[in-house]
Design a protein around this ligand. Structure first.
Ligand SMILES: [Zn+2]
Length: 280
């Protein structure tokens, strides 16, 4: 099947539909969409991650439309050489390798698939604490990332706009990996807003659990002890205590997905396969 035939088949199957942005017509994924990353894919991404430079390429996604839901299964990634002059903070794929990879995914030898372009953000620091901060603060798309994510791929006369993916690992302190999907006309172009909403939910739930727990007579002294400790910290460290508390709130974001059900737009995983919802 040629690339154009393949895209037209996906349109007929309902995997791709027409959409417009800034008066331009695109073909994009039909939502709701579920992205399944296999064990093999998450291992490959984690093993290939380099904390001191940006890497990237194409995630090879096999699409299916079943009972009104678009499923994309990702079992492997193709890494493309970073030709940027400053690979420590930008990613620019080798254009020849990129067009080859796109051609291969759109009309593969054995099975046609869809390419999802991805890149990583580095988190390296000699200080493990800074590395954790880098992990937290680099978990978002840059302005440049957002801008280029509007660039479609032309397949014949058709303009296909797929979501893009961002990948980060936290090396020294844990084997935690962040993987998120943005834009493609079906997901937000940044993760901040959604992450804040998730943090809010997690904090509410933690607060609820704590108040339930504190109601128990036998836990009363622990609450008083905790209150005194917190007051002591604030008095003792005064100006340092506030960033400390803010830091703890930021850190709580790292543990949210695992506590609060089905990941949406992004997931943070330590091992194994994962499914991420793009509800649309
Ligand atoms: Zn980036």
């Amino acid at each position: 099947m040629t690339a154009t035939e393949w895209i037209l088949k996906l349109k007929a199957d309902g995997v791709l539909i027409e959409g417009t942005k800034n008066e331009k017509q695109y073909l994009h994924l039909q939502t709701p969409c579920k992205v399944h990353l296999t064990d093999k894919a998450t291992n490959q991404l984690r093993d290939s991650y380099q904390a001191d430079q940006e890497k990237g390429g194409v995630l090879v996604a096999t699409p299916n439309r079943i009972n009104g839901i678009t499923h994309l299964t990702i079992d492997s990634a193709i890494f493309l050489t970073n030709v940027s002059d400053t690979p420590q903070n930008s990613y620019l794929p080798d254009s020849k390798e990129l067009s080859e990879a796109l051609k291969d995914t759109y009309s593969g030898q054995t099975e046609n698939s869809l390419p999802i372009r991805f890149h990583t953000h580095p988190t390296h620091s000699d200080n493990p604490m800074n590395e954790m901060f880098n992990y937290i603060f680099q978990c978002n798309t840059s302005e440049q990332d957002q801008l280029v994510s509007d660039t479609p791929v032309s397949v014949g006369d058709l303009r296909v706009l797929m979501p893009r993916s961002l990948v980060l690992c936290n090396g020294k302190l844990s084997d935690r990996m962040f993987i998120g999907f943005y834009n493609g006309l079906i997901a937000p172009i940044e993760f901040e807003a959604h992450r804040n909403e998730q943090t809010q939910k997690a904090m509410e739930s933690i607060f609820e659990n704590v108040s339930e727990w504190a109601k128990d007579e036998s836990n009363k002294w622990w609450v008083i002890g905790g209150g005194i400790t917190l007051a002591f910290l604030i008095i003792h460290y005064n100006k340092f205590a506030i960033p400390l508390i803010l830091m703890l709130i930021q850190m709580s974001q790292m543990f949210i997905n695992e506590q609060h059900g089905q990941p949406k737009y992004f997931a943070q995983i330590t091992k194994g396969a994962v499914t991420i919802d793009l509800p649309g």
